[in-house]
Design a binder for this molecule. Structure first.
Ligand code: NAD
Length: 341
């Protein structure tokens, strides 16, 4: 997909601390030289309160039209008819690839150095396909079915290799449990082995999920890009966030069939700190950097990432959740100073 020099992007500020971190992020993108027109739309709790619908048709239309969105965290109002607005968005746009890069940032408290991993998680199949039922009327047993298809496996593994090629990643590690789940996970692994042949410049290996969990803790620098199924990806991506200082600095992209892309921080609405002016915008800003790359503005993306590295390395501009002294305003002011220097 190609984008104009000044694309329009749907902006959903979201709930809780969403508006605080979105405001800081919009300013930071512009300062870094990003050229984007925002189409501001509502979703979540805020949308339910303002227009009586947590996922208004206008928001869905806007994302359809522009194909790219930056989204703050969303709360799902109880009784809204949605299990989760985020899941509804995922289904609406068939957002099959969840991409979460994690890397060590100097100054952000962590047990590790030198971590730089991209997690590519299949987002629509597996145990999360929602096929669950009680086995008997007395509800003494329940069954959840993990669905793995060749179609779903091939498209996520292809996406992972294409991503590796685009971003200069040297190794793809496919994570599975095919030694036990011989059919479903075996299918996923077979697809990986086949597709890897089309990318001879990228090293390929596979690892069993339990061994992966151990290896990620013992030697995370061994990994470059991991591709895996929904459940393992869900668990391992949080593990990876923990390697670099937690969810506060974790960005994510959700990529859909048909070219739709929604970028968001991994954390939630942080209800305990709403309105206190202390929210850390790093997760959303790093997601915005991924968005800038996606719309063909790698220069501003890199400027934003480099400025974040500098601001986070300095306790006077690092936010309090990361052991620094800054509130959202001081963090953002520091970032703008670095970008302008
Ligand atoms: P949370 O991520 O909102 O908060 C967990 C802890 O981390 C809190 O102490 C919070 O203050 C802190 N925190 C999170 N982000 C922060 C930031 N940017 N700066 C500083 N501190 C931050 O998780 P939760 O409390 O489990 O969830 C709250 C709500 O968010 C729930 O309604 C949940 O459904 C929703 N949620 C939404 C998304 C999303 O929209 N993508 C993701 C996760 C949770």
């Amino acid at each position: 997909m190609t984008f104009s020099a000044r694309p329009t992007v749907t902006l959903i500020e979201g709930d809780g601390i969403g508006p605080e971190i979105a405001a800081a992020t919009v300013v930071a993108i512009e300062a870094a030289g990003g050229t984007i027109d925002w189409d501001r739309q509502l979703a979540g709790q805020t949308a339910a309160e303002k227009v009586g619908d947590p996922l208004p048709a206008a928001t869905v239309e806007s994302i359809k039209q522009h194909s790219v969105a930056l989204k703050g965290p969303l709360g799902t109002p109880i009784g809204s008819g949605f299990r989760s607005v985020n899941v509804a968005l995922r289904q609406q746009f068939d957002l099959y690839a969840n991409v979460r890069p994690v890397r060590t940032i100097a100054g952000v408290p962590s047990r590790y150095t030198g971590v730089d991993i991209v997690m590519v998680r299949e987002n629509t199949e597996d145990l999360y396909a929602g096929v669950e039922h009680y086995v008997d009327a007395r509800r003494t047993a329940a069954e959840s079915i993990a669905i793995i298809t060749r179609f779903g496996s091939e498209r996520i593994i292809n996406y992972a290799f294409e991503y590796a090629r685009r971003h200069g990643r040297k190794r793809v590690t496919l994570v599975h449990k095919a030694n036990i789940l011989k059919l479903s996970n075996g299918l996923f692994l077979d697809c990986g082995r086949e597709i890897a042949k089309q990318f001879p410049e990228i090293a390929f290996d596979d690892m069993i999920v339990d061994a992966t969990a151990m290896k990620l803790v013992v030697a995370p620098e061994r990994f470059d890009l991991i591709v895996t199924m929904n459940l393992f990806g869900d668990i391992l991506s949080d593990l990876c966030a923990g390697l670099v200082g937690g969810l506060g600095v974790a960005p994510a992209a959700n990529l859909g069939a048909g070219g739709c892309a929604i970028f968001e921080a991994v954390h939630g609405t942080a209800p305990d700190i709403v309105g206190k002016g202390v929210a850390n915008p790093t997760g959303l800003m790093l997601s915005a950097a991924m968005l800038l790359d996606h719309v063909g503005q790698p220069g501003p993306a890199q400027r934003l990432r480099s400025a974040l590295d500098i601001v986070l390395a300095d306790a006077s501009t690092r936010t309090r959740d990361l052991g620094g002294q800054a509130d959202t305003r001081a963090f953002t002011a520091g970032l703008l100073r670095v970008i302008a220097a």
